[in-house]
Design a protein around this ligand. Structure first.
Ligand code: C5P
Length: 228
């Protein structure tokens, strides 16, 4: 029987990780995990409790006591914080900012690492984030690093937020994602970087289907090599 693989996808904001990851997982019949949702969920709790994201003691307490659950539904995943469905509140620019701020804190990352590793203990997982191929699963079977021009990424994120009816403008969205990428790349713990053995895909001139096809081909090739 073929062993099921761990597929890691990293890359900057709006580089297509979620769209491609979801489709790759569907094609492979794998579980898809968006690790950023955990940081956003804790960020939601930080804000709901009025905690200062720079207050280490309060942050540690929250990360130890908050229960974050992912519930699979026919429409994708629902994120529950202490049993409350917060899915629709997590993808705002404010939640992105708070998530990136708390994600640079090792006190927050440590418990996240345990949750993320536990979700993939039997393989058959596509997990995306910033440190999946470098820290969470350095031994992942296949690693991808997705990227695209900042203007293209900004436009994608802008369209996504505008479609949700959020009051956004293109230039501010581009500046926000670039500021967040700088923060994610320059932090001391688990900075965003391409793992040496990751397959780099620049999606600037590619359709989503083309990106997904390339990824599935690479995973199938690896799966065949392992079972030989
Ligand atoms: O991917 P997403 O935009 O939802 O991630 C939100 C933030 O969570 C990122 O900007 C990053 O700071 C943090 N994050 C992280 N490590 C991951 C996933 C997300 O630090 N593996």
């Amino acid at each position: 029987m073929a062993r099921e693989l761990i597929v890691a996808i990293d890359g900057p904001s709006a580089s297509g990780k979620s769209s491609a990851g979801t489709l790759v997982a569907r094609r492979l019949g794998y579980l898809y995990v968006e690790s950023g949702a955990f940081y956003r969920a804790l960020g939601w709790k930080v804000r709901a409790c009025g905690v200062d994201p720079a207050d280490d003691a309060a942050l540690q307490k929250l990360s130890e006591t908050t229960v974050i659950d992912v519930v699979r539904t026919s429409n994708g995943a629902k994120i529950l914080v202490d049993q409350r469905d917060v899915t629709d509140d997590l993808r705002t620019p404010e939640m992105s900012r708070i998530a990136a701020q708390i994600a640079s804190n090792p006190l927050v990352r440590e418990p996240m690492l345990k949750i993320q590793r536990a979700m993939a203990n039997t393989g058959g997982v596509v997990m995306e984030g910033r440190d999946i191929g470098t820290v969470v699963f350095p031994q992942a079977d296949v690693k991808f690093y997705l990227d695209a021009d900042p203007g293209v990424r900004g436009k994608r994120r802008y369209q996504e937020l505008a479609a949700k009816g959020l009051p956004v403008d293109l230039q501010t969205t581009i500046e926000e994602i670039m500021a967040r990428d700088r923060k994610d790349m320059n932090r001391t713990v688990a900075p965003l970087r391409k793992a040496d053995d990751a397959i780099a895909i620049d999606s600037t001139g590619l359709t989503l289907d083309e990106v997904v096809d390339r990824m599935v081909v690479a995973v199938e090739r690896r799966r065949t090599a392992i079972t030989r």
